[in-house]
Design a protein around this ligand. Sequence first.
Ligand SMILES: [Zn+2]
Length: 160
Amino acid sequence: MAEVESFTLDHDAVKAPYVRLIAEETGPKGDVIANYDLRFLQPNEQEMPTACIHTIEHLLADLLRDELPGIIDCSPFGCRTGFHLMTWNVYSTTEVAQSLTKVLTKVVNEIEWEDVQGTERKNCGNYRDHSLISAKEWCRQVIEQGISDDAFNRHVVTLP
Ligand SMILES: [Zn+2]
C-alpha cells in the first residue's frame, strides 16, 4: 500500500485557515516542484458547498497565476475544505499565504460574475454548478480569520 502524506496528517491537530508545504519533489532531470495544502476550513467542522468551491477553483486558476509564476495546478480537495497547489518554483508558505490573502481579498471586493473565466457550457464540465455569492462569502470568512503560514500554530500573515 502506498504511503500517502495527506493521510498521515493529523486533521484534528491543524488550525485552519493555513498554507502548508506538503512536499518538494525532484524529478529525474533535477526539476523541483512544490506541493501545498491551502486549507480554507477546519477539517470535519465546515465544508464549502460544491458551487462555491467550483467557482473559487476557476478564480484561483486565473488570479493566483498572476501572483505566483510557475503554477502547475490548483485543485479542490474532495473533502471540500481547501485546495492543492502545485508549483514549479518553491515558495515559502509565507509567500503563498500572502498571495492567497491578496487574491481572496480581490474576490471579496472586486470580482464580478463577468470576471469569472470558463463558466460557459463549452469550457466547464459542470457550468450549472457555480456560485460567486457563495464563493465571496466563504472567502470573506477565510480573510476575516486570516491565513496562517503554519498549519499547527496560528501565525497569520500580513501583506507587505
Ligand atoms: Zn468548471
